[in-house]
Design a protein. Structure first.
Lengths: 183, 496
């Protein structure tokens, strides 16, 4: 039998006979010395299987049958799983479709909501402006008018768009301011 | 000093008083502690009696019963080894008698041997030791202890009847890497060793061939030193300067070790003693003994002792297994089974059950196997197979683990725990299965093995024929093993 010699293998001798590797690194060893040669580091070529005896053949056959049974079981399991996966994928497609539809509806709703929100914002701005005007009107009371100086009265009346007669004194200005306040 | 010359006398006296150290310097020194323990006026603090700092470990001898009824030249016994060995059916035909069963029996014998050692004390040694120790008592005490140690080795591996023969010729191979051998043609010789041959040898001292011993009375005895006849030499050529050689011999039944010689043909030198049947030779031999110095005979047996357990197992049908050669120089260690067990131990225990329905009671191992068994059991892939009993007391957990027993799965008593014990003389690579009881009803065996003596330990103070007190301590007996199949060995076990 041809065995493979390690790269650093020199030679192998037994009972006066020497065995050396050929150019390809194989050592031709008699069958009865194979085990001994293995102890010296020689190995079986990868493509060579051990000698097949009936016992070994039976053992290999039982191993093969066991492996086949295992594979069949695995294949059966795999086919069942594939079928189940197909069903799951169909269900997933339906779910995705429903999700897309829901997404569209959602977008429409989102647009509507956005318009509504925009409108609300405008209304809120208007309301704020109105409240600001109201606040401006009600921000000055009689006591305030009475406490204002001439300059402040003029500024207040000018801001309200009230025409101020020439030569109007402090009291005249206060009178002019009262209607504005009341208004 | 001259009395006739007063002037001269006066001058001398004057000189002496003036500088006395010039005349007698030793009288004028001060008292200082001496530089050495035994110089000057220094007391010597010596504890009376010598200490005895040597081991006397004889576990097999201590556990083996001794009986003293031996007579004749050998112990003889017969044993029934099987009943209905042909397995005749017990079924009966109507009105018929049963089939006749067959009984097997075997004759056994073991020749008595005298074991003993001698020593002497010279008169002068006795005088010199008085007040310190009793050297005559020490001599006899040392003789008894040495005899017990020697007896232990014989009980374990004495070999009087199993010649190892000629050691097989080594098979060699070379590698161009891993060593430091010079390029040359190397010659390798091997000699298988018995226990006696292994215990008494080192690479430095060399192995023993035939030994011619001169005794205390001047007589001579010749016996084998425990080495088989050396093999024929095998040769192989190396190249370069980094080569190594692997050597393998077929395992020899009864051998526990192998001595390897290598060098140029005709000049092979002892370089290694292995406890497996292979060697890796990476450098020139470091010993001094030449293979050519060995006697060209088989020196493995010793006619002065009796067969020990290792020999009886090989001869008597006990369990014997040698680990496969494995890689040369590496060998094959014990194999963990992955579930907390050892494959080889289980195989042996199964054999005892399958063939004899019995279980060994002790597994004797060397330190190498003790360590390796522990590692293999604890490194099991399935640690759930092990049971740990932990003392929860604080500080009670110690580092390190030791497998102290092995659970026999094959016993009529169910799982049986077999102690694993270290033996001081068991070589690395060999395990001994020992049995103290046979589980057979009415076997008639009190002791499975015993030392049967014609005369147990005795001391003789020999008559004075010179100015020496001469002593001898002896006994005469034999290891009587009633059932060798109850014992077993696994050998050729590599370290790992």
């Amino acid at each position: 039998m041809k065995l493979v010699a390690p790269v650093t293998f020199g030679s192998f001798s037994h009972e006066g006979k020497s065995f050396s590797p050929d150019k390809e690194g194989f050592v031709d060893v008699p069958d009865h010395l194979v085990e001994l040669a293995k102890s010296h580091g020689l190995t079986l070529p990868a493509h060579l299987a051990p000698a097949i005896t009936p016992e070994v053949e039976e053992d290999l056959r039982s191993q093969l049958n066991a492996a086949l049974a295992d594979n069949k079981a695995l294949l059966d399991t795999a086919s069942i799983q594939e079928k189940h996966i197909g069903e799951l994928e169909a269900q997933l497609a339906l779910v995705q479709q429903a999700a897309h539809a829901a997404q569209d509806d959602s977008n429409v709703l989102k647009g509507s909501v956005a318009a509504q929100e925009l409108r609300i914002a405008e209304l809120e701005q208007q309301l704020a402006a109105s409240q600001q005007a109201d606040d401006d009107d009600t921000s000055v009371v009689v006591e305030d008018v009475n406490a204002m100086t001439v300059r402040e009265l003029r500024a207040y009346l000018t801001g309200k768009g009230v025409a101020i007669p020439a030569g109007a004194n402090k009291d005249a200005l206060r009178v002019l301011a009262q209607p504005a306040q009341q208004a | 000093m001259s009395l006739n010359d007063p002037k001269k006398s006066l001058r001398l006296i004057k000189t002496a008083f003036g500088s006395p150290e010039q005349l007698h310097p030793e009288l004028t020194k001060a008292f200082t502690q001496s530089g050495t323990p035994t110089a000057g006026l220094t007391a010597y603090d010596l504890q009376p009696g010598a200490l005895h700092l040597y081991p006397v470990d004889t576990p097999l001898r201590n556990r083996t019963p001794r009986v003293g009824t031996g007579i004749g030249t050998q112990a003889n016994w017969k044993a029934i080894t099987g009943i209905n060995v042909n397995n005749v059916s017990a079924g009966l035909g109507q009105g018929n008698r049963g089939g006749v069963m067959a009984t097997s029996s075997q004759d056994y014998m073991a020749a008595y041997r005298g074991l003993g050692l001698d020593d002497y004390v010279t008169f002068e040694a006795d005088y010199a030791a008085q007040g310190f120790d009793d050297v005559k008592a020490l001599a006899v005490q040392g003789l008894l202890r040495s005899l017990m140690i020697g007896e232990e080795k014989v009980i374990l591996g004495g070999n009087t009847s199993l010649p190892l023969g000629t050691t097989p010729t080594p098979s060699l191979s070379t590698s161009t890497a891993g060593g430091a051998l010079a390029a040359q043609t190397w010659s390798v010789i091997c000699a298988a060793l018995t226990l006696d041959g292994y215990l008494g040898t080192t690479v430095t001292s060399g192995i023993n061939g035939q030994i011619i011993r001169t005794n205390a009375d001047g007589s001579q005895d010749t016996y084998g030193g425990g080495s088989a006849k050396k093999s024929a030499n095998a040769t192989i050529a190396t190249t370069g300067t980094t080569s190594q050689i692997a050597g393998i011999v077929a395992p020899v039944s009864g051998a526990v070790a192998y001595a390897w010689f290598w060098g140029a043909a005709g000049a092979e030198i002892l370089g290694a003693i292995t406890t497996i049947n292979s060697v890796a030779i990476t450098a020139a031999a470091s010993g001094t003994q030449l293979a050519s110095a060995l006697t060209a005979t088989d020196s493995s047996t010793n006619g002065l002792v009796f067969d020990g357990l290792l020999t009886q197992v090989v001869k008597g049908g006990g369990y014997y297994a040698a680990q496969p050669t494995g890689a040369a120089g590496v060998g094959t260690p014990l194999t963990a089974d992955g579930t907390g067990g050892i494959v080889e131990l289980d195989a042996a225990l199964k054999w005892f059950w399958d063939y004899y329905r019995l279980s060994p009671t002790t597994i004797w191992v060397s330190s190498q196997e003790q360590l390796n068994i522990t590692h293999k059991v604890l490194n099991s892939q399935n640690n759930g197979a092990q049971r740990f009993v932990i003392n929860p007391q604080q500080g009670a957990i110690a580092g390190g683990d030791l497998v102290t027993s092995y659970l026999n799965k094959f016993s009529m008593q169910g799982a049986k725990s077999i102690p694993i014990l270290l033996h001081p003389n068991l070589p690395a690579g060999t395990i001994l299965f020992d049995t103290d009881e046979i589980p057979y009803p009415l076997s008639g065996i009190g002791n499975v093995k015993q030392i049967k003596c014609r005369r147990d330990y005795y001391q003789i103070e020999w008559p004075l024929v010179s100015r020496k007190y001469q002593y001898g301590v002896y006994f005469d007996g034999v290891l009587q093993n009633y059932f060798p199949p109850a014992f077993g060995i696994i050998t050729n076990i590599a370290n790992g």
